[in-house]
Design a protein around this ligand. Sequence first.
Ligand code: HEC
Length: 123
Amino acid sequence: MKVLTSNLLRNLVLCLPVFATCLPIAAVAEEDDRPVIVVPRGGGKETFTRFCTTCHMPDGRGGQNEGGYGADLRVTKLTAEEVVGVVTNGRQSKGMPSFKGIIDDEKIGLVAAYVKTVIKLKE
Ligand code: HEC
């Protein structure tokens, strides 16, 4: 944080006199300072499309399928953590498969987040 502030100050000092020519310097300095952020790409949607839509439909509404009656995920009352639990362990007797060992933990987390944000009906 201290480093960041001092760099910001330095950039400011450098930039004030000749604003236009300094912009590239500021850009370079900031790039070095920034922490590396890894953005997960497509994890939740990709996993949902691949593993869930057969029974839950692309919009999550669910319905009758060979295994049972797929829950309507748009209105699930489960929290993201509980969704992780259901996806991991399944509800075998009701036709919801267990994805343990099929989808890795990180992707199960992403798919649960996808269910709770994109699939969830907006109030
Ligand atoms: C073979 C069909 C099938 C597939 C594939 C499937 N599900 Fe299900 N799922 C079901 C059925 C059937 C239920 C309803 C179980 C019940 O009645 O309790 C269910 C229930 C659920 C529930 C519980 C909802 C609630 O409110 O109780 C969640 C969450 C869920 N599924 C998420 C997923 C996700 C995420 C995937 C993909 C990784 C997935 N399911 C893939 C059939 C499936």
